[in-house]
Write a new protein. Structure first.
Length: 342
């Protein structure tokens, strides 16, 4: 009897040890696969920055590659050199983000220092991921600019530049998302696990309601422009309209509506998964605020002639920006509550 008990104990111990070894081996293999995927996506992100950085570097140095004759980009002054240097630095920031997401020291970067670059990168890249393939599809089915609109369009950049640059941006967006999600899961996973929970305090609900109302108003204007409406546009904007430009306006409207809906969703709380609510609010707020502000800034430069900027355009893009910022405020409040109660 004693011998059988000893043998049974030995068998149990051996089985447990084998199971532990198998589990440990599976974890090691999983970590190895995760690191391999991370290295692959990092390589994609870094490679995707090369075309844009090379073009911008060439333009800062005085090259005219990709710029047709009579383009406004060839105008005198420091504006375009400064703008090219600034946007070159913004794209170079992608390299920094890749390092943060993949290197051990990246876990020690302060959250506040990391949040703004990731928010802006999300906001600037997501609309491109949506709009540029949509424009290519519109062009593929024969709904591109007609001869009249093409003739009215002022020279800006050679067509291949948009394909190279926006193609690179889309790869950057996909790679950064693939790197950021596991990084955020490891570092802040507790903030998005489970359901949304209780309704946020009343003042936050008022902010969310304001974001939703403004989002609907702004999106209504942008959708009217997307489908050929002319109210609030300048004569040159109307003459240059095409379905491709309509795709851009529709993308702005979708992002603005996502910001408003995301803010209301977070403020209401409930049993919906927190990660989905956060994703909607984050993407919508980032896209609305970042592109709205970018469009407002672009109106101050020489690319757009003064009489091409209408009051309706300024108010619409300002409303888009404010919607994104209001949604971001609700998002911040939501995360603060979960951090405090989690």
């Amino acid at each position: 009897m004693a011998t059988r008990a000893v043998n049974a104990n030995e068998t149990t111990t051996a089985t447990t040890a084998a199971a532990a070894t198998a589990t440990g081996g599976a974890r090691v293999r999983a970590r190895t696969r995760t690191r391999a995927r991370g290295r692959a996506w990092a390589a994609v992100a870094l490679s995707a920055t090369v075309p844009y950085l090379c073009l911008k570097g060439a333009w800062v140095a005085g090259s005219r590659i990709g710029i047709p004759d009579d383009s406004v980009l060839l105008g005198p002054g420091l504006f375009f050199k400064v703008a090219n240097a600034a946007t070159m630095a913004m794209d170079a920031a992608v390299i920094v983000l890749v390092l943060v997401f993949t290197r051990p020291w990246g876990r020690r970067v302060p959250s506040l220092l990391l949040t703004l670059p990731v928010f802006v990168a999300t906001g600037l890249l997501v609309p491109i991921v949506v709009a540029f393939p949509g424009q290519l599809l519109v062009r593929a089915v024969g709904l591109g600019p007609d001869a009249v609109a093409q003739a009215a369009k002022e020279p800006f950049l050679d067509p291949w530049v948009f394909n190279v640059v926006y193609g690179g941006f889309i790869l950057q967006a996909l790679a950064l998302a693939a790197l950021f999600v596991p990084y955020a899961r490891e570092r802040w996973g507790g903030l998005w696990r489970g359901v949304q929970g209780e309704r946020l305090p009343s003042p936050t609900g008022v902010v969310a309601g304001a974001a939703a109302v403004l989002a609907v108003a702004v999106a209504a204007v942008e959708l009217s422009w997307a489908f050929g409406g002319t109210a609030g546009l300048s004569a040159s904007q109307i003459s240059q309209f095409s379905p491709e430009r309509g795709v851009v306006f529709a993308t702005y409207a979708i992002c603005t509506l996502a910001a408003g809906a995301g803010a209301v969703n977070l403020a209401r709380g409930g049993a919906r998964p927190a990660r989905r609510a956060l994703a909607l609010a984050w993407i919508g707020a980032a896209a609305a605020a970042s592109w709205g502000l970018w469009l407002l800034i672009s109106m101050t430069g020489p690319v757009i002639v003064a009489d091409e900027v209408t009051t309706a355009m300024v108010l619409t893009y300002a409303g888009q920006t404010i919607t994104g910022l209001l949604a971001a405020a609700v998002l911040t409040r939501f995360l603060a509550v979960r951090r405090r109660t989690g």
